[in-house]
Design a binder for this molecule. Sequence first.
Ligand code: HEM
Length: 495
Amino acid sequence: MLPETLAIPAILLGIFILILSASYLLYPKNSVKLLPPGPKALPIIALAAKYGPIMSLKLGQIPTIVVSSPEKAELFLKTHDTIFASRPKLKATETISYGGKGLVFSKYGAYWRNVRKLVTVELLSASKVEMFAPLRRAELGLLVKSLEKASASHEVVDVSELAMELIENVTYKMVLGRNKDDRFNLKGLIHEYSYLLGAFNLADYVPWLEVFDFQGLARRMNKVSKELDHVLEMIIKDHEQPSNNEEKGPDKKKVFVDTLLSLMHQPMDPHDEHQHIIDRTNIKAIIIDIIIGAYDTSAVTIEWAMSELLRHPRVMNKLQNELENVVGLNREVEETDLENLPYLNMVVKETLRLYPVGPLLVPRESIEDVTIDGYHIKKKSRILINAWAIGRNPKVWSNNANIFYPERFEVSDISNRGKDFRLIPFGSGRRGCPGIQMGLTSTTTILGQLVHCFNWDLPVGMSHDDLDMNEDFGLSIPRSQHLLARPTCRLLGRT
Ligand code: HEM
């Protein structure tokens, strides 16, 4: 998501290591029960090979478990799903996400269940995804037009930036009915929030450090939370004006904020005994969570898919042939074509295997003590599921696990929707991603369109092997360098 995420300045890292050691001495092991083996600190992802599929870390005062094999992930996400279906309280979500009143970071229980149902039924159901197809089509059309201009003038474009802008525009229009407003800088605020969410905050691991705010994160969180709240208030007030609603007309589609406002003061789930009533704060928290859930996930997948296609001309040609045969060079790709494009779907699957947008999913927290595979896992442990390591494990994916090879899914059609623990880019179980349909539809259509409408070359003088494929590890894994490439029109009659 953001390059700075892991860039903890050396001095802070030093302080952190001191604190780790101190907390290790101050909080000695008080249990004789067998804990999973593991090192005392970071790094997490690469250590799976050394310490095995269930590894424990002591991050400050927080016991942390990292799970890195499909079999063990199934134990946490399916067999014992209810025990691990909560999320830890993080300073960023407490401050900016209205104390976890949205969906992504709310703790497991009746409230989360109500919000989850509301979001899945009212905002992210298959029919709602379908309802916004014309919006996605129009925005993608604008991108194709701008790329046609770049093609005519032989320009190099920033593919990463364009994918991000497209997804942002669609998300903001679908959720708020607008993608910009002269009165405020919503995109800037969301970028700042997203950075703060991904930043390594010492106070999340050593709570007594919070008062010192060494990293200046608390100050930034307070600032962005006030500004974001002010902007959301303005947007909500605009949507509450009856004149604005009349202008929309009866046949106009409701954007998410209108849908949520129409449910205000009603119980989230009338059949639930807890009867949580929807108020303004819930609406704002849900809006922020949907934006955060949607805004860079698809864009990051698209930039990695394009990078791998540029490095593998054989795969690019095969994909373009499929598009030419099924769609034809006389028209653009439509969402309704997707079910007839098996190779395109395999390319997206293979991209999500190698580059799961959330390399460690979204952290879970255990709600009670439990023994898994002989290891004692304490209540309130933080659970990180290492989807990145699972996707690259040679025992699971054979010796070519690190190679981009979509054909592997021809032989075995592994689901990526949380049913098969070898491939879990969307997580799994109760807390699995509710935006799968929307995320896959956008990602697959945009990728198909880019490859169908244009041939792509790297900037002059750059070969496939020169392409920097380094990731930035944070809350998500974008490319550390933006992808630059040159489009040339491919469809008949386009220049
Ligand atoms: C390629 C696209 C996407 C990927 C790879 C992705 C991935 C994920 C992952 C890994 C999780 C955590 C799952 C877990 O803990 O087991 C998650 C949760 C979530 N995602 Fe997505 N996501 C994508 C698109 C979207 C979209 C488009 C939306 C909404 C419009 C969305 C909304 C959410 C929400 C609200 C949650 C939290 C669910 C909960 O805690 O109950 N995601 N996503």
